[in-house]
Design a protein around this ligand. Structure first.
Ligand code: PHE
Ligand code: ZN
Length: 875
């Protein structure tokens, strides 16, 4: 804990390690407050420096009680210890070092290193948690082979797990037992894991493409085995998909997953032993929503895919984090799209990108996908590194085409297997298979900020030619005043004024759709044989993560809304129109009528699937709308968005009600995409019906309908759908439903998290008071990140409630962040971001947000994590 600004680490300072640790042997003698860890490391001076370097051995270690050090069996006493390092000034070129330390897992509330959760031991080492377990060269380019011996009492700790293969188990005196694990693959220490405790296990197996049988085991809280069936199913589908689509086979004989309740992030890809936040693993129809199922499927895939993109090929340094994260997100998005439909998946991914990454990229915390400096790497597990990183891989695939992409990836894995690589290595694979220069693409990794792409067009009816003019520009971001032009892949097509598909000729080739790569600040493209005055459909499937503006009449957006054959752009047209309506000072009744008719046509269109219809009904979120307003006035956005929804509700009541009643819930529950799509549509319809409840004659009818929907729901998705719809009503039926919900699920922590989150996310003037009361609820516990985020993060995301004009919402957040920072900086720091963009808000928000940030920076004993973000926000 410190108060001065710590020195950042620079990418340009990277230097290969002075020492290599070929083998790592760890002995754990587990005890809640006095665990002993013995580490035997075979160390050699890095050959790169031999003869030219007599550097001291500096190992990292934090919160360790050092008991002994020996070098080649001889006790060492002339070492130097600081809070963060153990230094041996002079060591031979090759030696064995043994250290013994004592640590306190029970007292470790940072949830990094070795800690206890629900009476079990578990570890979290990424990014720099291994140094809280033992003294080590804790950096991702230090690859080593591990052998791990775990010793613990048999009672309470029947399962002793670590990475790799189980070599041996046995009984010991005093009611203890042990297990010995060996991981045959070289790995960095951030992929180390250990779990010990009482667990239920779901077992299965899968035969890989080369005919090897792999044992699959999912470990969960006792009694929860059946809730891991879906995760197991998703795991097997992921493994087969990675074989079929990327040619990647699993490499150990055993793959284990453990679910824990106390976890800082979503899940972790430790070699052969993934650790999951229980909220992303356990599911059954009565406790999990379809969104939970969807996330479980994608996170299971994500962590499994890391075995190649992350573990077999890891990162040279943490600046390359997106080498594993961006690529792995892109891979899991591909998997989800194949499981659930490409258009719907793409829309959801873009919605998330806009909600989280675009704001980040335009604020004071903007950073390149490969940052050039950081204070705490924990602060860089961001939407930019994950989601924008994935978009870059997607653009590369679009640019080279799917077949070449696969060749490039095969080449990347083959040439970098067993190494710690860089983004240059990744792009080199594309260069190797195409012979082209990919250095312009590197700028997507090194330049922050979302490019703006502007398109104008000129149509000549006589010659039937269309000229498209593209320009790009990126606004300055912190530390990067000047921006370069980036390669932007633009997929496009043309429609007629009626929304019908229109062919054209480009470079002599007849096409319905084409790909243009904008490489410079501006460029023109001429198309021929354009028979009718065209409507442009630019950036289909969202082919680049940019903000697009097209100079065109509103009628063109209606044409795309009506008939664009690219489902993404059809949805996008609706979003754009809704945005224009909501953000205008006075309601434009004609536009609203037109939108309502367009929406009605989509809802009645037999060719569209339910999931897509549910998405096209979804109005832009308040945070998305804020992106298009300067300065941001959250109250204005909330009021207008609500008014528009009410207007739609009143106009479409008959259609919406009719469609709702025609969708009868299925007899038996299936989590598959079709069934989930129907539930999503039914819930969206209910929500829209209720949005106008206090203005129409159907008041009582729709309120009763919503309550019945909630009460008779046979699954969690519909229960939540009912509750969300009842939020429009507040008062009695809503409050009753909340009480019923609590009473029914009070023994289900994952469901009670939802109960907290729903109330904190409710757009109502009383929400802050309610949230304050909930923070005193006996079930509230700031030490469990899931529960804390359910209340505090949901509240901070609730734009209208969080941005109270008097700043009271900010004050609440500051208190919470400071409280949690005292024991869990990694989790606390994630909630500094909601305050960071104060400069783009209107008064009084702006001043109040800034004051809140200042309160943070002036607090004593801040962690490096929180200090780094709050300081950057104010800079
Ligand atoms: N590497 C994890 C993932 O994305 C994320 C993570 C980072 C989890 C740090 C815990 C701690 O898959
Ligand atoms: Zn990941």
């Amino acid at each position: 804990m410190l108060t001065t600004t710590p020195q950042p680490i620079q990418l340009s300072d990277y230097k290969a390690p002075d020492f290599l640790i070929a083998t790592t042997e760890l002995d754990f003698d587990l005890a809640p407050e006095t665990t002993r860890v013995t580490a035997r490391l075979t160390i050699t001076r890095n050959a790169a420096y031999l003869g030219a370097n007599d550097a001291p051995l500096v190992l990292m270690g934090e919160r360790l009680k050092l008991l002994s050090v020996t070098l080649d069996g001889q006790p060492v006493t002339d070492y130097t210890l600081t809070d963060e390092t153990l230094t041996l000034a002079s060591v031979p070129d090759s030696f064995t070092l043994e250290t013994e330390v004592e640590i306190n897992p029970l007292g470790n509330k940072t949830l990094e290193g070795l800690y206890m959760s629900s009476g079990r031991y578990c570890t979290q080492c990424e990014a720099e948690g291994f140094r809280k377990i033992t003294y080590y060269l804790d950096r991702p380019d230090g690859l080593s082979k591990y052998r791990v011996r775990i010793e613990a009492p048999k009672a309470g700790f029947p399962h002793l797990l670590s990475n790799g293969n189980l070599l041996e188990t046995g009984d010991l005196d005093g009611g203890k037992h042990y297990a010995l694990w060996e991981d045959p693959f070289f790995k960095p220490c951030y992929l180390f894991a250990l779990v010990a405790g009482e667990l239920d296990v779901l077992e299965d197996s899968l035969t890989t493409m080369s005919g090897r049988k792999v044992e699959l085991k999912i470990y969960v809280d006792t009694g929860m085995r059946d809730r891991s069936l879906y995760a197991m199913d998703a795991l097997k589908r992921s493994m087969l998909w990675d074989e079929q689509v990327y040619g990647r086979e699993y490499d150990l004989d055993l793959f284990m997953i453990v679910a824990v309740r106390d976890f800082n992030f979503g899940a972790m890809e430790n070699k052969g032993l993934n650790v999951f936040n229980a909220s992303l693993l356990l599911a059954d129809p009565t406790t999990a929503t379809d969104m939970d199922y969807e996330r479980i499927e994608s996170v299971i895939a994500h962590e499994y895919f890391h075995n190649w993109s992350g573990n077999r090929v890891t990162c040279r340094d943490w600046f390359q984090l997106c080498l594993k994260e961006g690529l792995t997100v892109f891979r899991d998005q591909g998997f989800s799209a194949d499981q659930r439909g490409h258009a719907v998946a793409r829309i959801k991914d873009v919605r998330a990108l806009r909600a989280r990454q675009f704001p980040e990229d335009s604020g004071p915390l903007a950073h390149p996908v490969r940052p050039s400096s950081y204070v705490k790497i924990d602060n860089f597990y961001t939407a930019t590194i994950y989601e924008k990183g994935a978009e870059i891989v997607g653009m590369l695939k679009t640019f080279v085409g799917p077949a070449t992409y696969r060749q490039a990836l095969d080449h990347y894995f083959a040439t970098n297997d067993g190494t710690a690589a860089t983004l240059e290595d990744f792009l080199a694979a594309f260069e190797a298979v195409t012979g082209d220069d990919f250095s312009p693409w590197l700028q997507w990794y090194t330049q922050a900020g979302t490019p703006r792409l502007h398109v104008t067009s000129a149509y000549d009816a006589n010659s039937k030619t269309l000229t498209l003019s593209f320009t790009q520009a990126t606004a300055p971001t912190p530390g990067q005043p000047e921006k370069s032009a980036l390669p932007i892949p633009i997929r496009f097509g043309l429609l007629t004024a009626e929304g019908e598909k229109q062919m054209f000729t480009r470079d002599g080739i007849l096409a319905a759709e084409s790909l243009f790569i904008l490489r410079d600040a501006s460029a023109e493209l001429t198309l021929n044989d354009v028979k009718h005055a065209p409507v442009l459909s630019i950036l289909r499937h969202f082919s680049a993560p940019v903000v697009l503006t097209v100079e065109e009449p509103t009628s063109h957006a209606f044409a795309r809304f009506k008939g664009d054959s690219d489902p993404f752009n059809r949805w996008e047209a609706a979003q754009g129109l809704a945005k224009a309506i909501i953000l205008s000072e006075t309601p434009d009744e004609d536009l609203i009528d037109g939108f309502a008719q367009g929406l009605e046509a989509s809802l009645l269109d037999e060719d569209l699937d339910h999931a897509f219809k549910a998405l096209i009904m979804g109005l832009p979120t308040e945070s998305d709308l804020a992106q298009s307003l300067s300065p941001i006035d959250p109250a204005f956005i909330h009021r207008n968005r609500k008014a528009f929804k009410t207007a739609l509700s009143l106009r479409l009541y008959e259609t919406v009600h009719g469609l709702y009643t025609s969708l009868t819930p299925a007899e038996t529950f299936s989590p598959d995409a079709d069934a989930a799509g129907t539930r999503a549509l039914r819930n969206a319809l209910l929500d829209l019906m209720l949005a106008g409840h206090n203005r129409g004659a159907e008041n009582a009818t729709s309120v009763n309908l919503a309550f019945r929907h909630f009460e008779t729901a046979s699954n969690m998705t519909d229960m939540v759908g009912g509750l969300v719809a009842l939020m429009h009503v507040q008062d009695r039926p809503y409050k009753d439903a909340l009480d019923i919900f609590y009473a029914r699920f009070k023994h289900e922590p994952l469901v009670i998290d939802k109960w907290f989150a729903l109330q904190a996310g409710c757009a109502h003037p009383d929400t802050l008071a309610r949230v304050r009361t909930l923070s005193q609820h006996p079930d509230f516990d700031a030490k469990t990140p899931n529960r804390w985020r359910a209340l505090v993060q949901s509240f901070a995301n609730n734009q209208s409630a969080f941005h109270a004009p008097d700043g009271s919402g900010y004050d609440f957040l500051v208190d919470q962040v400071l409280e949690v920072d005292a024991f869990n900086p990694m989790t606390a720091a994630r909630l500094v971001e909601p305050l960071s963009r104060y400069r783009v808000y209107a008064e009084p928000y702006r001043t109040n947000m800034k004051k809140a940030l200042q309160t943070i920076t002036l607090s004593p004993d801040l962690s490096k994590n929180v200090l780094e973000l709050a300081t950057k926000a104010l800079a």
